[in-house]
Every structure is written in structure tokens, then in C-alpha cells.
Design a binder for this molecule. Structure first.
Ligand code: KG4
Ligand code: ZN
Length: 371
């Protein structure tokens, strides 16, 4: 058989992406990664418009796949597996990637691997090396057991992984996701879309101590047993961000009571204070999860992992409190949606599950796919 060459396709939300990965020294090595972002298209609507996203994917998918092959200096003849995000995500967006993968796989008799987008985010940390002129990265291999924080536009989860492809969700959000909180906050502050980068940019010129936001802790109150002894509950690993959003609305209303718009300074101070609160909420539960599971590695993943304050805060606190836990984060370009992470997850599916080399197109897009 040929050398392992995986073509991966990702189209779950508003990025059309394709990547090619191969194997080197028992790990996935990227040969190319192409991302066509729709940010400019959705900007004027203040968020992703599903119908518009689906149409843009249709226009972009073939050129993006062709560019990924070209950058990898390979043709479809060299590809041994096609991996594609099958869910979760927007149905109209997912279908474009899934049906494109099937069309190529069936016509060329190349085995297909449907994958979970969330798994992809986690496996962005397992890309060992990138061999391409446009991107150069060399990573350590994460050791198990590990704990991952997955914080994106649709999810906020803490995941315990005892080994490859085994996921135990130990904390999740009760309402908004962390990225969604950033997106909504940016809208409230008039900072535009996507919210995460807009908030962190404004925060660079703001005072994070200026406005107070609650640090949400969902640990139940201590209770008394029948003998009157105080029972201290285990600290909660769940998140809630909707209260922060309400708090932001309350601050904005208070500041603009006389009907004037927010000044630039107020916008930046609110962005910095809000960002600090989100990072504190995330960090609080990350440290609790590390304390509970004592993992060898902690990994950060998902679009919010591109946030510099979060990256630095966790680096400092983990080094101080848990110096034996290795801390890994993907390059920012591999945190937000991309197909390289899907290629990496596919590599471990192929190796761990010893996937057969027979093509099966017996799967469809699953917008609510669970990890
Ligand atoms: O993983 P991702 O690209 O897409 C989903 O799977 O949802 O994550 C997108 C989310 C958006 O909510 C965006 O605002 C957030 O990640 N994000 C950030 C930053 N860059 C992207 N949040 C905070 N700081 C950033 N620098
Ligand atoms: Zn994502």
C-alpha cells in the first residue's frame, strides 16, 4: 500500500477548509492546510447566516480541496483516506463537506472516515509537525491521561481522556458557550463579528479592573446531613456564561443612562473586564479538573484557545500549581476551525481502530453529533 496520505475536509460552520496529512515516526505530519474564511461575508450581518454559509461552502469547496492537494504536492491518486467532519455544526454547511467527500471517495474508491468536529479540536494538539512552506510547527506528543478544555463558539467542555479516542465529558456549560459569550458581548459593545478577536483587541487598550463581573461557580452550597454535620460538595466543573452577558448589559445601561453612546475608553475597559471574567471562569474549572484527575497533560482547544489572556493565564497557573502537568496549546491558526485537526483525528482513528481500507459512504451529516 501507498504511504498513508489523508485528505481532510471541514465545513461545519463558516470556514471551508481542507488539509493533507501523512505519517512520520508514528505521528501525523501536515503537508498542507487551507482555510477559506467567510468572516467578510457574515460581518455585515453581525453573525453567521446559515443559508449564506452553505452557499459560500458550495462555491469554495472544490478550489480549497484542489489547493490543499497542490500545496501538499500530491494528487488524488496519492490519497489513501478521506476524512470529513460529519457533525456537530450547521446542517447546510456540513452537508457540503460530507457530500463532497463522498463524491470523491466513491468515484476514486478511497476509504471515507466521518469524524466529530469536537474530536478534531482536541486532536489539533496531536499534530506533530508541519512540513509546508506556509506553516512551520513542531509539537510535543501529549501524554495520557490528559484533561482538555474545549472552548469554542458552540461548546465549553472539560474532557478527561484516559487514552486515545476515549472521551469522558466531566464539565460542560449550562447555557452559553465561552465563544458565544464573547460573540454576544462584542455585539452588545458594538465591536462587530467575530466577537472573540474583537473583544481581545479592544481589551489591549482597556483596564480589566475597571468594572466588576461575577466569577460564576456552580458548586452547590454545603448542606447538613441528618446528624447535623456539614457536607462540603465537590467543586463543580460546569460553566455558565449567560450571567456575565446580563451583567455586561446592566453595566452598559448604567453607563449610558443619559442616552449617549459608549466612549472608546468605556468600550475598551468593558471589553477588558469582561474578558478577564470569562478567563477567570474557565481557569477556575480547569484547575479543579487538574486537581481531580491529576493528568500528565493538559491541553487547550477550540476557537477560544486562540485568546492570549487565556493561554497566558493557564500557562502561569498550571506551572505554579501543577508543575508536573505538561501544558499544550495548538498554534492559534489551529485553534479556530480548520481541516488539519480533522486530518490529525483521522490519523488516530486509522491507527487505533485499525480501520479497514474499504470505502463506505453509509453516513450522513449529523448537526447534533455528540462526542
Ligand atoms: O472553534 P471555532 O472556530 O468554531 C466553533 O467550533 O464554534 O470557535 C469560534 C469561536 C467564536 O465564538 C470566536 O469568537 C471565538 O471562537 N474566538 C475567540 C478568539 N478567536 C476566536 N475568543 C476569544 N479570543 C479569541 N482570540
Ligand atoms: Zn470549531
Amino acid at each position: 500500500m501507498n504511504r498513508l496520505n489523508i485528505l481532510a475536509i471541514e465545513s461545519s460552520c463558516d470556514e471551508t477548509a481542507a488539509a493533507v496529512a501523512t505519517e512520520l515516526n508514528g505521528g501525523p505530519v501536515l503537508l498542507s492546510s487551507v482555510i477559506s474564511s467567510q468572516i467578510e461575508i457574515h460581518k455585515e450581518f453581525g453573525g453567521v447566516v446559515p443559508e449564506v454559509a452553505a452557499r459560500a461552502h458550495i462555491e469554495n469547496i472544490i478550489p480549497v480541496v484542489a489547493e490543499a492537494l497542490r500545496d501538499a504536492k500530491l494528487s488524488l491518486r496519492d490519497i489513501t483516506h478521506i476524512a470529513v467532519t460529519a457533525g456537530p455544526g450547521l446542517i447546510g454547511s456540513l452537508v457540503v463537506g460530507v457530500e463532497t467527500a463522498k463524491a470523491i471517495g466513491i468515484s476514486r474508491d478511497i476509504p471515507l472516515i466521518p469524524l466529530n468536529h469536537l474530536e478534531g479540536h482536541i486532536y489539533a494538539n496531536f499534530i506533530r509537525e508541519i512540513k509546508n512552506e506556509k506553516l512551520k510547527i513542531k509539537n510535543l506528543e501529549p501524554e495520557f491521561p490528559l484533561v482538555a478544555l474545549l472552548a469554542s463558539g458552540g461548546h465549553s467542555m472539560l474532557i478527561h481522556m484516559p487514552k486515545h479516542l476515549k472521551y469522558e465529558v466531566v464539565g460542560s456549560t449550562r447555557d452559553d458557550a465561552a465563544g458565544e459569550a464573547f460573540d454576544k458581548a462584542a455585539k452588545i459593545l458594538g465591536l462587530g463579528y467575530p466577537g472573540g478577536p474583537a473583544i481581545s483587541k479592544a481589551a489591549e487598550n482597556g483596564n480589566p479592573e475597571k468594572y466588576n463581573f461575577p466569577i460564576i461557580d456552580l458548586t452547590p452550597r454545603p448542606s447538613r446531613n441528618k446528624d447535623g454535620f456539614l457536607i462540603k460538595p465537590e467543586p463543580s466543573l460546569d460553566f455558565s456564561f449567560s450571567g456575565l452577558k446580563t451583567s455586561l448589559i446592566t453595566w452598559v445601561k448604567k453607563i449610558t443612562l443619559d442616552g449617549r453612546p459608549l466612549t472608546k475608553k468605556e468600550q475598551c475597559d468593558l471589553a477588558a473586564s469582561f474578558q478577564k471574567a470569562v478567563v477567570e471562569c474557565l481557569s477556575q474549572n480547569v484547575l479543579r479538573a487538574i486537581e481531580k484527575y491529576q493528568p500528565k497533560t493538559f491541553i487547550l482547544s477550540g476557537g477560544v484557545a486562540a485568546n492570549n489572556l487565556l493561554r497566558e493565564t493557564l500557562a502561569d497557573r498550571i506551572a505554579e500549581k501543577y508543575p508536573k502537568t505538561a501544558y499544550l496549546i495548538p498554534e492559534s491558526i489551529l485553534c479556530t476551525d480548520n481541516a488539519a485537526m480533522i486530518a490529525s483525528a483521522a490519523y488516530y482513528h486509522i491507527q487505533t481502530l485499525k480501520l479497514q481500507t474499504k470505502s463506505s459512504a453509509n453516513f450522513s451529516a449529523e448537526p447534533n453529533m455528540k462526542l
